[in-house]
Design a protein around this ligand. Sequence first.
Ligand code: ADP
Ligand code: ZN
Length: 802
Amino acid sequence: MHRVIRSFISSESAGKAAANYNLKTMRRKSTPQDDLFGLWASPLPQGQDQCAKARPSRIQYVRYARVAVDEPVDGLFDYGVPLPLVEQICVGSIVEVRFGPKTTCGCVVELSSSHSPEISPNRILPVKRILTPEYRISPDLLELGKWMSDYYFSPLGQTLRCISFFGFNHFAPEIQVAYSLTRLPGSPSGKFTEKQLKVLRLLETSHFPLSAKEILRATGVSASVLDALLRKGLVQKVLTEKREVSAANLIPVELEAPLPLNADQNRALAAVRRAMDEQLSSAFVLHGVTGSGKTEVYLQAIQHALDLGKEAIVLVPEISLTPQTLQRFSRRFGNTVGVYHSKLSSREKYELWRRIESRECRVLVGARSALFAPFENLGIIVVDEEHETTYKQDSAPRYHARDVAVVRAKMCKCPVILGSATPSMESYFNCQTGKYELLELPHRVEERPLPEVHIVDMTREVAEGDNPALFSATLVEAMRQTLESGQQVLVFLNRRGYFNFAICLACQNVIRCEHCDVALTYHKVGNRMLCHYCNFQQPRPTVCPQCGAPEIAMLGLGTQRVEEELTRLFPQARVLRFDLDTMKSKYAYPKAWQQIVNNEVQIILGTQMIAKGLHLVNVALVAVPLADVSLFQPDFRAAERAFSILTQVAGRTGRSSIPGRVIIQTYVPHHYAIQYAQSQDYRGFYEKEIRVRKVLRFPPHQRLIAILGLGKDSERTRELFHEFSRIVENTAHPHSDEVSVLGPTPAPRARLEGQFRWRLLLRSANTSLMRSVLRRALERWEKTPRHSHITLTVDVDPLDLL
Ligand code: ADP
Ligand code: ZN
């Protein structure tokens, strides 16, 4: 018997169906047929086909579900709804279905009393079951999912799995034994021990029964205390639904009142409140230096949303989801705050959803995907540190949470605040064009001074042998003084500094691409310099092309080398490395934090992680050994990132009474990113940078789409990707005045995890034209015989061009 699932292709998804560029991995597991749906026509092994047995041959369903399956395919697929499920199923339900040879999950996108005419009725398979029947993706989140799927070229099913609050999983409420008070103890008198009182008070303030574990964890008493209260008949055992209760929520937090705002804060808040009252979906960029009181504005705007009976979402970069940040929200909003991050299990996310569902949780603070909180009456979205690159997801759907936040806010008719000390070029540009509204907090709260920033010109430092010096005499002396006075030094390293670049020590000229103006990257293989945008190549220069001096240095910076050098220079000081690698474990972070607070370490060596959200009270010196590592990445955003990170790092000091000092070492002291970071002049930087972007036709003036091609075989990947690129070029050709094609070029990380990586960039000011060119090109590519031999991934508005 043959089984065929035919796709339901609506006129809208017809174009999309051809964009099944990720089908390769699925095909390999089954028959090597090349037509799109041929694979599903293969016979299934006997005995595995449970559905076939359960299904009479000519069943007529009364309901049909059109399902977006969690597979790398586009289009919706028709399934029949068995009678027992008809009552439960709704649009947005998560279902389990048969898909070709396997069982998969999907989301019901449409329900109908008829199936698509092109499918013969006895070929329609039943929905197997509904996962977590009481949950469904709400209509407005479905809308958002469709928009994302279309905009980001990501299959709808996979996009919806990402939007679904706890993925596509099945949960039933878990029952547990818990404890509650039998009667209110009134004012318990002296006959209770101190420990017993602790438990009684906890149960009194809790809205719900607590498990023994929760009680013991929150009060620190032993189990015998609870037993004694049970024997006295003051506490009873009850069966309740298990729920996610974080220890922090159990200990009654001391609520903090809102602070009286200063004039700038008031102005900003008023604008946001007005938008909320009038149900305007305005996007606000809240630009304020670190410590200018942005968070206080968020808090009071959220309070206004709550007062209106609405809910709020706060996005923060994952790395700043620190206890410090969360406490500020809990202190203000108590138990209505929920926390959502990638380390939660899907079970914990499910429990959190139940708190949202019951409206106990009305403020959700979290990383990227907290944006998809299923609030029904959203009053405001806050995106803190909106310039952060972690808001962009680096697997499908490759969405940018800030941009999707603006879309969601528009759909919900609520305002969104994008806050930053150094807004992204995109957001600030949108303010200039009137798309977003700019709100400014130009001063630090209580006029605390900004730290002093010194620039050290490294071309004047004596080179040691072959290696240019790592630490200048000025920096070493400053570190020595700081350490001697018992204060801490923070040494900042750029996590993204993978690439070496070439610079002339005589004239400070960095070797750049003639066409793209980004720094060329040095490759040991072939001893050559390469442009990662247009593939321009040249041999490693021996003399400077600008001044002719033979003083070309290759610069780069390894964490390890810095650590060794610090230990050599300051053998008595304890060095703590604080980066993604050393902070992997859940316990590493609080431990490191304690060591810093207790002054057990004197030098903190860290990456971007330390530039965020931490209030480092005893840090009196921030050192950036080589700012140029950020500046000369093969990325047109390098200057923006360098400026942003230097400004943020500088903001780490001067937060308390100790005046902060910042030393930045560089070979290009006159570079505008360094100069503006020194004066902490965002506006100056923006004005300069936006002109550069305009001339080079990079975002935000024009938009980009990156297409990456991956394959295991070096030669074949190159060949096929060039074939694909020719198709794109031909498709774009009639529009060549509007859509340009850059590349193909090896990706900067040309080989990763055993795969060879090639890249093509599309660039245009006309986004919809560019997207339709790409759709048509992908359709054509799908029809070529060997298209499935490489994997293509599409990245719209790419951030990381690695
Ligand atoms: P940002 O988010 O811009 O870095 P914060 O909101 O964290 O700034 O404010 C910095 C510090 O100033 C915090 O300790 C905060 O409590 C305090 N602060 C904020 N607004 C006010 C205000 N209006 N009056 C007094 N202190 C304030
Ligand atoms: Zn180039």
